[in-house]
Design a protein around this ligand. Sequence first.
Ligand SMILES: [Zn+2]
Length: 139
Amino acid sequence: MDISEAEWEIMRVIWANGHSTSSDILTILSKKTSWKASTIKTLLSRLVQKDYLVTSKVGNKFVYRATVSENVALNHKMQHIVKQVCAKKRGQILGDLLAESKLTQHDIHALQQLLMTKLEAAPTEIACDCIPGQCTCHL
Ligand SMILES: [Zn+2]
């Protein structure tokens, strides 16, 4: 999955609204960006080419819909980031992310439950999955 930061802004509008026209997107994103209508059209056509959006003509306007859910796309993005570090460091990185995140009591209870479930099947050690020279495990 390969959605750029600019394309992500467009996807968020479509995820939130279900379907959108380029002028809907322009109106919403004008509060955040100074993009012109042509910028949005370029980003939309790139997202259609990449199969993350489908478009259909309704009246005289093109309506865009997402082919991938926000959760699936976000999960991919996060997995991608997590896999950029040694498997041995991932627990620490997730801990850092949690430490910096604002969480409700409900979020924390849900995370506690998830961790307790994982604890039962957790290994005592994680194997490094890097090639020698990209982490310090082999030194
Ligand atoms: Zn390693």
